[in-house]
Design a protein around this ligand. Structure first.
Ligand code: PEP
Length: 252
């Protein structure tokens, strides 16, 4: 379960969250946990997360190693700040900051070069869904993101299917809608890299996950976890999500 905090929380608020959240994580959880705070919160989060089972992630990186890119942050900087994960190609970055599939591909390469696990987001708009373009759009995004990556690198990725119409809207995809796209993504991976890799890549669902809907989403065969925005901002709510009812999880 990965928490995407977007542009919320100062370093002090991040510390306050973690001081409440960390002691309440039960042992033997059915999932791994990653928290992705804003860049300036990373040092405070890294200090509190060290020695905990929770991984630290960033929400973006620049694809270049270094240089005259005012305001940007490199993969090496994130790794040095204690990150192990980085969100790449979030729909807000694609829509508000013009990120293309090609740029997403370059960012993935930069992340991998620095030992970071990319959490690569894909997903369709409402009008694309309504015109039956969902699978075509997601296929283009997945193939574009992974272009020219060797299989060994693909196996290190996490993908996140986030229908744009479900992000921050309170409208979650139904388990059936999400499962259909997750299976399509799994099939694209299988066609291109074989079954072993397709089964090993974790595919997260994101879009208005809440404590009330996480268990039914997690029962879908091809949903391996969640990328959670709004509902990850309060410790109690994110704790309920990481404690989802996993009793009915079928082994793959
Ligand atoms: C997100 O930003 O990745 C997200 C899924 O947001 P929310 O959970 O608030 O819909």
């Amino acid at each position: 379960m990965a928490a995407n905090w977007k542009m919320y929380k100062t370093p002090r608020e991040t510390e306050e969250f973690l001081r409440v959240f960390l002691p309440q994580i039960p042992s033997g959880l059915a999932c791994d946990i990653v928290i992705c705070p804003p860049f300036v919160d990373l040092p405070a989060a890294a200090a509190l997360l060290s020695g905990s089972p929770v991984g630290l992630g960033a929400q973006n990186l620049n694809e270049n190693a270094e240089g005259a890119y005012t305001g940007e942050i490199s993969g090496a900087m994130l790794a040095a700040a204690g990150c192990r994960f980085v969100v790449i190609g979030h729909s807000e970055r694609r829509q508000l900051f013009g990120e293309t599939d090609d740029r997403v591909n370059k960012k993935i390469q930069a992340a991998l070069k620095n030992g970071l696990t990319p959490i690569v987001c894909v997903g369709e708009t409402l009008s694309e869904r309504e015109s039956n373009q969902t699978i075509k759009v997601v296929e283009r995004q997945v193939k574009g993101a992974l272009e020219n990556l060797p299989s060994a690198e693909v196996s290190r990725l996490i993908l996140a299917y986030e229908p744009i119409w479900a992000i921050g809207t309170g409208k979650t995809a139904t388990p059936a809608q999400a499962q259909e796209v997750h299976l399509a993504i799994r099939d694209i991976l299988k066609d291109q890299y074989g079954s072993l890799i397709s089964l090993g890549v974790r595919i997260l669902y994101g879009g208005s996950i809440k404590p009330e809907n996480i268990s039914e989403l997690m029962q879908c065969e091809d949903i391996d976890g969640g990328l959670v925005g709004g509902a990850s901002l309060k410790p109690e709510s994110f704790l309920s999500i990481v404690n989802f009812d996993s009793k009915r999880l079928a082994p793959r």
